[in-house]
Design a protein around this ligand. Structure first.
Ligand SMILES: [Zn+2]
Length: 242
């Protein structure tokens, strides 16, 4: 028998963003993902193709800033939407012309390693913020209880951190931002800040006006709202959404 220590390589993730990614033991109890940051893009493939062909997407690896170019596709996968509809999604893969890393560009309808679309997960979070029990939310959405419980557990634990992250974005990305009144529940408080951000960002980034609150948070978090590494340590403040 052997025990994991920080730094041990424990496996390869083939389902997240980009090429196979090493997962490394972090505390002996959990694994931390070391994948490179990638932009989350529009769910309309034609838009992504146009951005790639015109050199409009930028590598987010620290110190790189290279231009992303088309590079095959990611693994095709099912994405479950509201009302249980299943869509097959085949995300675009891109390669950086400078550092040569390849990665999958997830659409803003998805969160990393989640089979359900961001609108479904978001609806669950919104109902939880109103005080609904997870069993009632699961029944309402037609999603397995354990799945909903997993979403809520992770989000509730980090709600204060998410709120702080959103407040940081508000200060960094909005000129003269106004702050919303706080809510009693941390999750509800985080969603209030998210909505304030969504209302104020279009002054500098008109693209945001076309995004739902959940597609916006998918883009800002690079599909990582419920992913293990949190808080996020990368943000392109000159271009938070692509
Ligand atoms: Zn690069």
């Amino acid at each position: 028998m052997w025990a994991l220590v920080p730094g041990d390589i424990v496996g390869i993730d083939r389902y997240g963003n980009g090429p196979p990614v090493w997962l490394v033991a972090w505390t002996g109890r959990a694994a931390r993902c070391l994948e490179a940051p990638v932009p989350t893009v529009c769910h309309v493939l034609a838009v992504v193709e146009e951005q790639l062909s015109s050199g409009d997407l930028e590598c987010l690896v620290d110190g790189c800033g290279g231009v992303l170019a088309p590079w095959w596709y990611g693994v095709e996968r099912d994405l479950v939407g509201l009302n249980g509809g299943v869509e097959r999604v085949r995300p675009r893969r891109a390669i950086c012309r400078s550092c040569s890393r390849t990665r999958v560009l997830l659409p803003d309808t998805m969160l990393r390693r989640r089979q359900y679309g961001v609108e479904v997960i978001g609806e669950a979070l919104a109902l939880a913020a109103k005080g609904w029990a997870w069993t009632r939310i699961a029944a309402r959405l037609g999603v397995a209880y354990a799945t909903v419980r997993g979403w809520l557990r992770r989000m509730v634990r980090r709600a204060d951190l998410v709120r702080a992250w959103l407040l940081g974005l508000l200060g960094a990305l909005v000129d003269d931002p106004w702050l919303p009144a706080g809510e009693q529940r941390p999750l509800a408080d985080a969603l209030v800040v998210l909505d304030a951000l969504r209302r104020q960002l279009p002054a500098r980034w008109p693209l945001v006006a076309r995004l739902s609150r959940w597609r916006l948070v998918a883009r800002l978090s690079r599909s990582g709202l419920l992913a293990p590494p949190w808080p996020l340590d990368h943000l392109n403040a000159s271009r938070p959404v692509t």
